[in-house]
Design a protein around this ligand. Structure first.
Ligand code: ARG
Length: 675
């Protein structure tokens, strides 16, 4: 990548001047926070401290962030000051600024570097070209292998597709590592709520990102299809159930039953007992109750699948609490063997985690039935066996923080011996950085609540209604600009005609615009959700999320569609070898610099798994695109005969669009070509 190569040039020179390690320096090179401060920056104190003869601060170790303060506050600032002055004067006299790096300027606590802008732009664009060519080649190879019926496509890579490849991603990073992700996981006997939506889109994002870095991801939808709640649902169905309605609209019908039986239970606590009994029958394998359960489950999954498809989501596995029930005996056995399980007088079984501040956790009721936690322990064992994961992410709202802590502690304690043995083995392996034992690699990606999610009809919380409302809102907005709306329809008809020449199909413009509106609506919902740290909750707002200016999903889609339009109308062909030296405007360099940052952003996001980092970046990129569009006319210069300039500009804008599209895709959305 261009930025890596340029950073290395800086690091190599500084290493010579300071005597520090190139790699150490390369790691501390950052992007300046302010515009006009060059392309790269390095905090001076950290540079000084990386040197082998750096003056030592008085006490103990220096933490990485706090270095500036420590130097300044401690009594030895004089030594540091001297060292700094010396270093600065050496840098000023000896740092070579005649090559890729054009200037080095001390500003406050930083050294700022500017680059040879033409070369930086050229290399950045070529990075995009190469990554996209590699992607196309890979996809071609894969499809030809499929056509030849050769089954030899390595199973490791079959998960890669157009979403997981391309500029900004790097499938060599996570090879050979399996990551399980438990996400969405709605409850059949309860409504799909805002938390499920959040977990669903977050899980999809994390899964796309990890696949893009070559990890083998197993996406698991762990349905809430078992347990006492479910028993209550069945009792409710006995009273209020209707087969026809169930088949017509299972989720809504089950929800109606859920509401009614939950109302009843407040008046008649005896129902609680009935629910328990029903659940007991299920766990005892009673075939009549199980067949009703199976029907609810199958019908619900069918509906969910349609909804997930609409969101561009596919799970590798539909499992559920019912599936893990098979592993419950094994779980009990293990916990007993490890001395963790205690039997109470009334017959209940518990694990005592008070020592760890997590209380006493019931794992078996007195009547012998299992609990949510029991089934999660069992599910984890099952996943180890089925998928052999190295790491396991659970995307679940923060109301289950305690539950997750308990689960992880139980696994940690139960597998303490295995983990130790594993660590010893890993330590013997030289070279690669050691991976923790799976029982130490369980991670809860917790997120805050979404407040005030409602549809036009009211407060029902069906995801489908949310998506429908988003879609119709966007369709109305699109219709506001009548002439543009007609133009979109026309271009859909145009395109469909080309594609369906043989089929002689009547092009369906209405369907086309409905799809665009749907994707826009989904973009609005998703980007609003991804705008801040996931740990924070937020207030759902139709008004805010559907605005076309400001930081919304609509704005990102608009930036993309606009670039597509410019490319289409440019009267210029994409030439990946165009002479980018002709791009001399500051806006062009700004844009190229922005493009070159994308791989750094995806890399840091790989650490945090926080989509807001990519979202913020994409807003910045879109602003740079819009600034560039003001000055880098393509069509006009092409028409005035400046073909080379038109090609260079088009290539830059293409690289920007590819970057934007890749970012939009990683977030789980489909970039729109027109809107
Ligand atoms: N079904 C649960 C709920 O809706 C979420 C399940 C999350 N996954 C898990 N392994 N516990 O609250």
């Amino acid at each position: 990548m261009a930025s890596t190569r340029f950073k290395n040039v800086i690091a190599t020179q500084l290493a010579k001047l300071t005597g520090s390690d190139v790699k150490v320096i390369a790691r501390v090179i950052d992007r300046p926070k302010l515009k006009g401060h060059g392309t790269f920056a390095i905090p001076l104190p950290r540079l000084l401290l990386s040197a082998p003869h750096a003056p030592k601060a008085k006490k103990g170790k220096l933490d990485q962030q706090g270095t500036t303060n420590i130097i300044e506050k401690r009594g030895d600032s004089k030594n540091m000051q001297d060292a700094k002055t010396l270093l600065l004067s050496r840098i000023q006299s000896e740092f070579d600024t005649s090559g890729l790096i054009r200037s080095v300027t001390p500003v406050g606590q930083f050294l700022n570097f500017s680059v040879d802008e033409r070369e930086y732009t050229r290399q950045t664009i070529q990075d995009v070209v190469q990554a996209e060519e590699a992607k196309q080649q890979y996809l071609r190879q894969q499809s030809s292998q499929k056509q030849n019926g050769s089954a030899s496509v390595s199973t490791k890579n079959t998960t890669l597709n157009a979403v997981n490849l391309g500029y900004g991603l790097d499938p060599t990073v996570g090879q050979d590592q399996v990551i399980a992700i438990d996400y969405s996981s709605p409850n059949i006997a309860k409504p799909f709520h805002g938390g499920h939506l959040r977990g669903t889109i977050l899980g999809n994002f994390v899964s796309r990102l990890l696949k893009g870095f070559g990890y083998q991801v197993v996406g698991i939808n762990y349905l809430g299809d078992w347990g006492k709640q479910y028993g209550l649902m069945a009792v409710g169905f006995d009273r209020y159930g209707d087969r026809t309605q169930l088949h017509q609209d299972p989720i809504k019908h089950l929800y109606d039953v859920y509401v009614k039986i939950n109302r009843d239970i407040t008046e008649n606590p005896g129902l609680d007992k009935l629910a328990n009994q029903y659940f007991k029958q299920m766990e005892d394998n009673d075939s009549t109750v199980l067949s009703l359960w199976q029907e609810f489950r199958t019908l619900s999954i069918e509906v969910y699948k349609v909804m997930y498809k609409r969101l561009g989501i596919e799970f590798d596995v539909y499992s559920g609490e019912s599936e893990s029930a098979k592993y419950v005996p094994q779980a009990y056995h293990l916990l007993r063997e490890r001395g963790l399980l205690q039997e109470l007088d009334d017959g209940a079984w518990v694990v005592d985690l008070t020592e760890h501040g997590l209380g006493i956790c019931a794992l078996r009721r007195a009547d012998g039935t299992t609990l949510y936690l029991t089934r999660d322990v069992a599910a984890c064992l099952q996943r180890v066996e089925l998928f052999g994961f190295n790491r396991h992410l659970y995307m679940i709202g923060d109301d289950q923080n305690l539950h997750m802590k308990r689960l992880f502690k139980i696994m940690e304690l139960a597998f303490a011996n295995e983990a130790e043995a594993h660590d010893r083995l890993e330590a013997e392996k030289a070279g690669s950085s050691p991976l923790p034992h799976w029982s130490r690699a369980l991670q809860h990606i917790s997120f805050g609540k979404v407040q005030g999610m409602s549809t036009r009809k009211g407060n029902a919380v069906f995801l489908e209604d949310i998506l429908d409302t988003a879609q119709s809102t966007m369709l109305e907005k699109m219709k506001e600009n009548e002439s543009k709306f007609e133009a979109i329809k026309e271009s859909i008809q145009q395109q469909k005609q080309d594609e369906s020449l043989e089929l002689q199909e009547r092009p369906d413009a209405d369907k086309g615009v409905a799809q665009i509106a749907d994707q826009l609506g989904i973009s609005a919902v998703v980007i609003q959700d991804f705008q801040a740290r996931s740990s924070k909750g937020y207030e759902f707002s139709w008004k805010r999320m559907t605005e076309s200016t400001g930081n919304t999903g609509i704005y990102l889609q608009y930036a993309h569609a606009r670039l597509c339009g410019i490319e289409d109308r440019s009267g210029t062909r994409l030439n990946t070898q165009a002479n980018t030296d002709l791009l001399t405007e500051p806006e062009a360099f700004e844009l190229a610099n922005m493009i070159s940052t994308y791989p750094e952003i995806t890399r840091s996001t790989l650490q945090t798994l926080e989509p807001y980092m990519i979202v913020n970046y994409l807003f910045g990129l879109s602003h740079a695109i819009s600034a560039a569009n003001q000055v880098l006319q393509v069509k006009a210069v092409a028409e005035s005969g400046q073909k080379d300039l038109a090609e260079a500009r088009l290539l830059l804008l293409w690289a920007a669009r590819v970057t934007l599209a890749n970012g939009i895709r990683v977030l789980g959305l489909e970039p729109l070509e027109r809107m």
